[in-house]
Every structure is written in C-alpha cells, then in structure tokens.
Ligand binder design. Structure first.
Ligand SMILES: [Zn+2]
Length: 103
C-alpha cells in the first residue's frame, strides 16, 4: 500500500492514524464548514468516499511502554481532493450542498 497513512475520524471523536488509536481528545472535526454532498445519479446523501489531504499539528504522547496517544490535533490545512458516491463510484457526479441552502 505504499506510504499511505490512513486517517479515520469516528463519530465518537476518536481518531485512528496508521493503526494507532487515540481515545482522548483527538477530535477531527470541521465544526464551521461542514460540506454535505449529494450524488446526482442515485440521490445518496449519506455515503461517500472522500479523499482528503490534511496537514495537522498534534501532541504525540507516548507511554513508557511505547503506546502512542495522539492529542490536541489541530487541522492546519485541509483540501478535499475527490468525492465519489459510495454506491455509484467515480462515474457519478457528486454535488456539494451548502449547509446554508434551504432544503
Ligand atoms: Zn450515487
């Protein structure tokens, strides 16, 4: 898989980076600018594969045993490179929905 690091933000706020789990304050949230998506092909509003480049600053807190806990994650820069519908794949067009737009 090369040097790709996986970053998974879970609903409970914990984050996983490259298999290292942080249960503490590592929250990856975009509180202000949440962009929602909609698949123009199937109308899906909830399932997307999103490719993001994210530059972060974080406090890496190691235990004496070497376990890593990542805390105080601050997103310095974030670029969404690609969004595809989970069901339709790359062929379908995915539109952004503005959070402010009337439903
Ligand atoms: Zn779709």
């Amino acid at each position: 898989m090369g040097g790709v690091r996986r970053w998974t933000a879970r609903a409970d706020g914990a984050a996983t980076v490259g298999g290292v789990t942080s249960d503490s304050a590592a929250t990856v949230t975009a509180d202000a600018d949440i962009v929602r998506y909609r698949c123009a092909a199937c109308g899906n509003l909830t399932r997307f594969n999103v490719v993001t480049t994210r530059r972060t600053s974080a406090f890496h807190h190691f235990s004496v045993g070497g376990d890593l806990s990542i805390e105080e994650v601050e997103v310095l820069d974030e670029t969404v490179e690609d969004v595809t519908c989970r069901w339709c794949g790359p062929a379908a067009k995915v539109e952004e929905i503005s959070a402010d737009a009337p439903a």
